[in-house]
Design a binder for this molecule. Structure first.
Ligand code: AHG
Ligand code: MN
Ligand code: MN
Length: 283
């Protein structure tokens, strides 16, 4: 597993360099979710594929930018599911973007995730790694190497509210829930990139990030294997909760297809318990 983390560190530095130096325009292709791919999406996907392709413990790769499962080593133990560049449409306005990795052992489902990691490319490059044995571990790059900063824990209750999705298509009880948090004094923090948005909530002690099912997207937008489940694990390891709109732990998701999405809510305990009440699901 350490080989996988070391590879993530090396490829993160390359991706950061790519973001900072290469063409920000569109390619002429789309991904499985029907989104137009930027040249950066394609390049970052290629860098990650190259980085892992000779590592024998890696059985297969699943990428947001690839149609199916890319088999690598038959005897490998782990499948790495990744979003090469999350929030890529924010690169041309110079906002933070990220990369997300979910490391699975066996069938691709939430309960088989054994570790997750994400990288934030902002003013600095930061990395968070979570394993079953630890709270999320926070690193920051300094001259191409990652220094360990601290373990991260969520407080019981935070101050930040990051409500995703198109408000026009929210259901009434979701809108009431979001409004009630603001009425309680919560501050809006939402960049449109789940990596920096969830990173901010983790590091500032707590709050809630939501991307609900909406009338235009009943299953939400965020993809289970490489966006939702890796962050669900991070939040649970930090002492928070991560659930869907039925109150089910996102770690219990079983995707039928690699690109399946799910409504998702990540936060500290107070806010997720309030959400369960607002949605009328078990607390
Ligand atoms: P990606 O760039 O990998 O397609 O993911 C973007 C995601 C996520 O980072 C963000 O929270 C969400 O899309 C925002 O989507 P909308 O602005 O379309 O609601
Ligand atoms: Mn993404
Ligand atoms: Mn992406």
């Amino acid at each position: 597993m350490q080989t996988i983390f070391d590879t993530i560190k090396k490829v993160a530095i390359k991706i950061d360099h790519t973001i900072k130096t290469e063409d920000l325009g569109y390619s002429d292709s789309s991904n499985t979710s029907g989104e137009e791919q930027l040249k950066l999406d394609v390049k970052c996907d290629f860098l990650i594929e190259e980085a892992f392709k000779d590592i024998s413990i890696v059985k297969a790769l699943v990428s947001e930018e690839k149609e199916g499962v890319m088999e690598l080593h038959e005897g490998g133990k782990y499948t790495i599911c990744y979003d090469p560049l999350d929030g890529s449409s924010l690169a041309d306005v110079n906002l933070s973007v990220g990369t997300i990795f979910g490391i699975y052992e066996g069938e691709l489902k939430g309960e088989n995730l054994v570790a997750s990691a994400y990288v934030v490319y902002g003013p600095r490059i930061e990395l968070m790694i979570a394993t079953k044995e630890s709270k999320p571990m926070h690193y920051r790059a300094q001259e191409g190497l990652f220094d360990f900063i601290d373990e991260v824990s969520l407080d019981e209750k935070g101050k930040l509210n990051a409500p995703g999705g198109t408000q026009q298509h929210w259901c009434d009880y979701h809108k009431t829930f979001v409004d009630d948090l603001f009425a309680e004094g919560y501050r809006l923090r939402y960049s449109g990139g789940m990596v920096p948005d969830l990173h901010q909530i983790l590091l500032k002690g707590g709050g809630i990030f939501s991307y609900p099912g909406t009338s235009d997207k009943p299953d939400g937008k965020l993809r289970q294997l490489f966006e939702v489940i890796p962050f669900a694990f991070m939040y649970e390891q930090a002492g928070g909760q991560a659930i869907n709109d039925k109150g089910m732990r996102l770690m219990e998701l079983v995707p039928a297809h690699p690109h399946d999405t799910s409504p998702c809510f990540f936060g500290s305990n107070y806010e997720i318990n309030a959400l369960k009440e607002a949605y009328g699901v078990q607390n």
